[in-house]
Design a protein around this ligand. Structure first.
Ligand SMILES: [Zn+2]
Length: 380
């Protein structure tokens, strides 16, 4: 008999008569100690993740029918019911809350301090006991909060569903990009099998990106508590990752099925699904620091013509794009060259082909941390 259940959570209405719902699909034993949480569309305009979940449902339905799911697997196919309703001028927006312009994948809850307070004199001598204690305590902290604002409620609900998971995958996509993965530094190299299986060209590591995206809200608790209580064994017990599934128009059944298959194999290898997975494919490129990513910005307004594409290796000083301004006199004045300040891998470029000074045109992953990055390591 299958174990699959589908539940809908109702969000508090922000406007009269307009309550939205969050749908949660569960497979496996809901009391099992090992748990996976996968969501798509926290940035609701990013379609590839939805399609990957569609293909993953097919694979998990099959595994469930064969009684092969060990532990518990949660899927949140549409993680942002607020953003998914943001149609404006014939385009789905979905990245920023219309109410306060806050990015839906920023400023998630950081409950480390509340957990730490409740852990005083309670930590044990074995990692296993502490993992159980911390998860239970995180659940208590979350249970003591009751946000009423719709977006705050949603963030709280997502973390409540994910806080005790061993693996959290937050599926996103970039503008025009190769597959890349964001992870907490302490999770590397243990999470090599994830990046390798997904075929990620780039893995970006940070202990704290400065803006608390959802993956960090799940995983950072662990190393922050370990730092606060150095005398007790506290492992990084949640492998949470933001997975960027190429670019926003990279939507096809072939790719969706391939990505879902890769996630399935990763979960199988990690023991959440029975069966023997093949050997992990080789990692394409070693992880690099998130602080080493150069955001290349336009210096002038004009039409952007990219000379390089995502996946290209770039030398320091190499021209990656030209900004063309037809109002200027003389060929040399009409073209502004956009150069890379570092050596690295070009992994994302903007889909818009019109530049404005200061706008991010491209992202290059370099090996060395950059000095002038400041506290916020992600784009808005
Ligand atoms: Zn996103």
């Amino acid at each position: 008999m299958g174990t699959k259940t589908i539940k809908q959570h109702i969000l508090p209405a922000s406007s009269l008569g307009n309550a939205r719902t969050l749908t949660v699909i569960r497979y496996g034993d809901q009391t099992a100690g090992n748990k996976v949480y996968i969501q798509a569309g926290l940035h609701a305009d990013e379609a590839p993740g939805f399609l990957v979940i569609h293909h993953l449902i097919n694979l998990l339905d099959e595994a469930d029918a064969a009684n092969k799911i060990d532990g518990q697997i949660l899927l949140i196919p549409v993680a942002n019911p607020i953003g998914i309703s943001q149609w404006r001028d014939e385009r789905l927006q979905g990245r920023f809350d219309f109410f306060d312009s806050i990015n839906f994948n920023r400023r998630h809850l950081d409950i480390t301090a509340q957990i730490a307070e409740r852990l005083k004199n309670r930590l044990q001598d074995t990692p296993r006991e502490n993992v159980a204690l911390i998860r239970e305590t995180a659940g208590e902290v979350l249970g003591s909060m009751a946000p009423r604002d719709e977006a705050a409620y949603l963030k709280h609900l997502l973390l409540t569903l994910a806080h005790d998971a061993d693996v959290v995958l937050d599926l996103h996509c970039d503008e025009q990009a190769v597959v890349h993965v964001y992870l907490g530094t302490p999770l590397w190299p243990e999470a090599t099998d994830l990046s390798a299986q997904l075929g990620a060209e780039v893995t970006l590591l940070a202990e704290d990106s400065g803006v608390t995206p959802f993956d960090e809200a799940c995983s950072r608790i662990w190393w922050n508590l370990a730092e606060k209580y150095p005398d007790f064994p506290i492992p990084s017990a949640c492998l949470a990752a933001t997975v960027e599934l190429r670019g926003i128009t990279d939507v096809s059944h072939a790719r969706g099925a391939q990505d879902a298959g890769n996630i399935f194999l990763f979960l199988q290898r990690r023991g959440f699904i029975q069966g023997a997975a093949p050997a992990v494919p080789p990692l394409r490129n070693e992880a690099t620091p998130l602080r080493g990513v150069e955001h290349i910005k336009a210096q002038a307004p004009g039409v952007v013509v990219f000379l390089k594409k995502p996946g290209d290796r770039i030398a320091k000083g190499e021209v990656i794009a030209e900004i063309v301004n037809p109002l200027k006199d003389g060929m040399e004045n009409r073209i502004t060259s956009v150069k890379s300040g570092i050596e690295g891998l070009l992994f994302s470029i903007n889909t818009d082909r019109y530049a404005r000074p200061g706008r991010v045109l491209a992202k290059i992953a370099g090996k060395a941390p950059l000095k002038d990055k400041g506290e916020n390591l992600l784009t808005s």
